[in-house]
Write a new protein. Structure first.
Length: 209
């Protein structure tokens, strides 16, 4: 895990300064998140990056613990103008400080295609959620076919870039596989969508069964 941590920490300042690539898709995602966010929810965000989404959602939650395993990302997040109910923590989903059943919502955006053992992460999220709690995520599904020349080229070049330390681990999974992994972890899928549609960045709301 350390090489991935180092990669994301090194690019944290550049990441913080970069504009959101597809604002329409981002806003559509937030609208759907808010449609499901329970009033007074205790929220855990995984892979929060530099904290923008946690701060956007703060007024709609009781509390948000926004985490990232890269220290550089958390440093950038803490430098933002904060909210009293948002805590930025350098941690991942397996941190023993997080107790079973202690969150109403666990969310992660543009994260799980970067997690080597995503099914294990989903199982851990199931443990962290209170009964009836929600997993809310959005993940690029780069294993889908017909994504065009750009993404075909990316698939071929990423192994070389990883070897050079210029790219992190990336999973090329399909929408069907993502949904199946979530269901196998003990969730009932409530809603799905793609924001944007191409390449599909797959949005899922799933309830702890």
């Amino acid at each position: 895990m350390k090489p991935n941590r180092d990669f994301w920490s090194k690019i944290a300042k550049k990441y913080a300064a970069s504009p959101i690539s597809n604002m329409d898709a981002y806003e559509a995602t937030l609208d759907r998140v808010l449609a499901h966010m329970p009033k007074g929810a205790r929220v855990l965000e995984l892979g929060c990056g530099t904290g923008g989404t946690a701060l956007r959602l703060a007024e709609h939650a009781h509390s948000i613990v926004a985490t990232d395993f890269a220290e550089g990302m958390i440093e950038q997040a803490k430098a933002r103008e904060g909210k009293q109910n948002v805590e930025f923590v350098c941690a991942d989903v397996f941190d023993p400080a997080f107790k079973d059943g202690s969150f109403d919502v666990v969310m992660g955006f543009n994260l799980f295609h970067l997690v080597e053992d995503a099914p294990r992460a989903y199982a851990r999220i199931h443990e962290l959620l209170a009964p009836g709690g929600l997993l809310i995520l959005k993940s690029p599904c780069l294993g889908e076919g017909s994504l065009g020349f750009k993404f075909g080229l990316m698939k071929r070049t990423i192994p070389l870039m990883q070897w050079m330390g210029k790219a992190p681990f990336v999973r090329f999974e399909t929408i069907a596989n993502l949904d199946a992994d979530i269901a196998r972890a003990g969730f009932d899928i409530v809603e799905t969508g793609n924001y944007p549609v191409r390449p599909p960045n797959h949005f899922v709301v799933a309830k702890r069964a």
